[in-house]
Ligand binder design. Sequence first.
Ligand code: ADP
Ligand code: MG
Length: 496
Amino acid sequence: MSEPVNSFEEQQQGRPTGPLVQGYEVIIGFETHAQLSTASKIFSRASTAFGAEANTQACAVDMALPGTLPVMNRGAVERAIKLGLALGSTIAPRSVFARKNYFYPDLPKGYQISQFEIPVVQGGSVSFLLGEETKTVRLVRAHLEEDAGKSLHEDFIGQSGIDLNRAGTPLLEIVTEPDMRSTAEAVAYARELHKIVTWIGICDGNMQEGSFRCDANVSVRKPGDKLGTRREIKNLNSFKFMQQAIDYEIRWQIEEIEDGRKVQQATVLFDPDTGETRAMRTKEDAADYRYFPDPDLPPLAIAPEWVERVRGEMPELPRAMAERYVASHGLSAYDAAQLTQSTALAGYFDAAVAAGAAPKLASNWITGEIARRLNTQDIAITEAPVSATQLAKLIVRIGDGTVSNNAARQVFEALWTGEASEVDAVIEAKGLKQMSDSGALEAIIDGVLATNEKNIAEYRAGKDKAFNALVGQVMKASQGKANPAQVNALLKTKLG
Ligand code: ADP
Ligand code: MG
C-alpha cells in the first residue's frame, strides 16, 4: 500500500524564508486533534460527556467485545463537512476508514479506526493576521478517527487502571503543510483554528479537557537547505505551553546541530515544570502501523446534496465578519479581528450597535476597557456584568454631551461592580451630568476671568500654557461637569 501522495519538500518550494534564529530557519507543521461535539461516540451510542466516573460511558463496542461492529455517527461526518467548507477544502465524495494497528493497554481492539489513504477533508487553508501581515497556512487534510481510552496511574495504591470513557470519542485530525516559520506564527495559527472550530460549533474548544490538542512538528535548517529532521511535540493543550515548548525545541535543535550532532526524528513531550521537551519514543513510520482498510466499515459516501445542505446552514465566518466590520463600520482590521474572536463577542458588539452605539466607540470600549476587565477577572463576555444595551446607552450619553469621557468611566465602573444597573440612574445619582446650560457656564467663566488677570495677560502675550490654565480653572470651578470643548470655545470668544 502506498503512502498518501504528499512531498513536504516539494510543497515548500517557492515559500518565503522566515525570520532566522541564530542563522537558522524554523519550519513548523501542525497536527491538531479536535474533539467533535457530538453527544454520542463516533461508532457507538455511548455518551461522550466529559468527567463521568471511569468506565461508565464505555459500551460493548468501545470495549471491543467480540462480535460488536462499528456504526458511523452521521453527526461526526457532518462536522467534518463543516470544517471542510469553512477552510475551503475539498469534501471527498468517498473516503475510507482504515485500521491503524498498534498495541497499547488503552486500545482494546489493538487498532484505532482512522482514515489513511483517502481522508474526508482534503486541502484548504487557514488565514490569519500576524501583526500587520496576513499569513496563510495550507492544510494537507483532515480525517475522522476515534480517540483511545486513558491509562490512569494511581500511584498511591501502586496500581494502574484503564478508563475507556474516552475510547471511541470522535476526533478530526487536522494536518497542515510545514508552512509556519516561527513560534509566533504557529501559535497564531493554532488560535485561529481554535476560533474557527468553536465558531462553527463542531468542537467545544476546551483545551484543559483535551477537546483541542495540538502536535507541533518542528525542524530547523540553514536557509536554502532541504527540510531538516523534525521532532514532534505531542499534546500541547494550552497556547502558553505551546509557545514555551516550541521556543525550547528550536533552541535545543540549533544547539544539537551547532555541537555537531544530528537531530533524530522523535516524538517528544513538553514538561511545563521544567520548561523542557523530552524524547518519549523514536518516531514510528506509517509502515509500522500496518494500515489497511477496515472491512467492518463501508467507504464513507457523501452526496453533493448533503454538502450543499450544510453549506446553506453555515454561519458567516469570522474573517468575513471582520471584513464586513471594516467595510461598513470603518473599524481597523486589528479591531475587527479582536471583535470576531468568538461569536459571543461579535454578538455583543452587534447588539451594542443595534441598540444605537456608534460602532467605533463600541469597538473601542469592547476591545479596551471591557477586554481588560474580562482578562483580569478571567471571565467570558457572556458573563460581563454590563449588558450590550447599557454600553450602548452610555455611548449615546457621551455622544449627546450628557457626560464627559471621564464621567462615562465612572458610570461604567458603577455598572460593572453592580453598584447600579442603569446608565441614566447612575448619572443622576452621582451628579455626573455635564454642564450644558451655557448661561451657568458663562457665569463660571466670568468668575474665573475676573480673578486671573495674570493668565489673561500671558495668554494675550501668546502663551498657550496660560490658556490651558484658564480651562483648568473653569473645569475645577464646575466640579468637572463642564464640557471641555464648550469651555474652550466660550473662553476663546470671551478673550477675543
Ligand atoms: P505523522 O507525524 O503522523 O507521521 P506526517 O508525516 O504526515 O504525519 O507529517 C506530520 C506533520 O509534520 C505535518 O503537519 C507536516 O507539515 C509536518 N512536517 C513534515 N515535515 C516537516 C519538517 N521537516 N519540519 C517540520 N514539520 C514537518
Ligand atoms: Mg504526527
